[in-house]
Design a protein around this ligand. Sequence first.
Ligand SMILES: O=P(O)(O)OC[C@H]1O[C@H](O[C@H]2O[C@H](CO)[C@@H](O)[C@H](O)[C@H]2O)[C@H](O)[C@@H](O)[C@@H]1O
Length: 277
Amino acid sequence: MSTPVLATAAGREGWEAIVGDPAGAVIATDFDGTLSPLVEDPAMSRAAEGALDALARLARYVGQVAIVTGRPALVATELSGVSGHPGLGRLVVLGHYGLERWEASTGAVTSEPVPPGVAVARAKLPALLRDVGFPDAFVEDKDSSLAVHTRRLPDPVGALEALRTPLSGLAESVGLRLEPGNLVLELRPPGIDKGVALRTLLESSGARSVLYAGDDLGDLAAFGALNDLRSEGLRAVLVAARSSGATELADAADIVVDDPAGVVTVLTALADAIATR
Ligand SMILES: O=P(O)(O)OC[C@H]1O[C@H](O[C@H]2O[C@H](CO)[C@@H](O)[C@H](O)[C@H]2O)[C@H](O)[C@@H](O)[C@@H]1O
């Protein structure tokens, strides 16, 4: 498979660094919209065809392969099907934007404590949604955070906008942060994001290079951290999938693809390049 179009010199340097020194590389990818096509019901997300095989091929050569997701680590593990997948025995899943870490080698999850504000928000949320006219908004209770989805409402974008201010008020009143995503508003603990999670992973694995793929606003923090780390000498390839339509991410990427199938193509091309170097 041929090398994908790398729009920037920094991206080309990152790609060459990974191919030339795979043992020093981390391959990290978001789950929803990047490894798995977006679907109406979050419980129905599955890894795209070929995604796990592409990751497993890369895992033979690189220092670390990881999924960095807003999902709870065990949920992402289950939906993606990574547990027990051949070749993914060293994979890690950083869940809840880094609050949790699942290791394929042990099957164990480590996690930070959940702030008490989550329980208060959980109790107040149904009445708030009723009061503002969206009693049918789907609330995904992720234990450490609460995601209010509008995808299945009659006017998903209008509902998202109408819910932003009241949910922001609720989050603030209980010490949480409101984070927007693709037709979702999440009330989650402060101080965690994919930038912090990825930086910690890269430091602990002594990475000299990284490829990170994402699709949504929650991935901007990871892109930001990688841009900062580039000025400290890390080589990086930033991949954006257009799944969620977050143009900010595509604008900041070295490689832009349409969807998870495109991400699989990029991962496969990288594995091919390493295998034939
Ligand atoms: O960090 P990620 O792995 O991308 O997770 C971000 C959120 O993804 C999920 O919501 C998104 O995907 C759903 C399934 O395709 C879709 O229905 C929803 O509209 C999207 O926003 C997940 O449900 C959230 O918990 C994650 O935080």
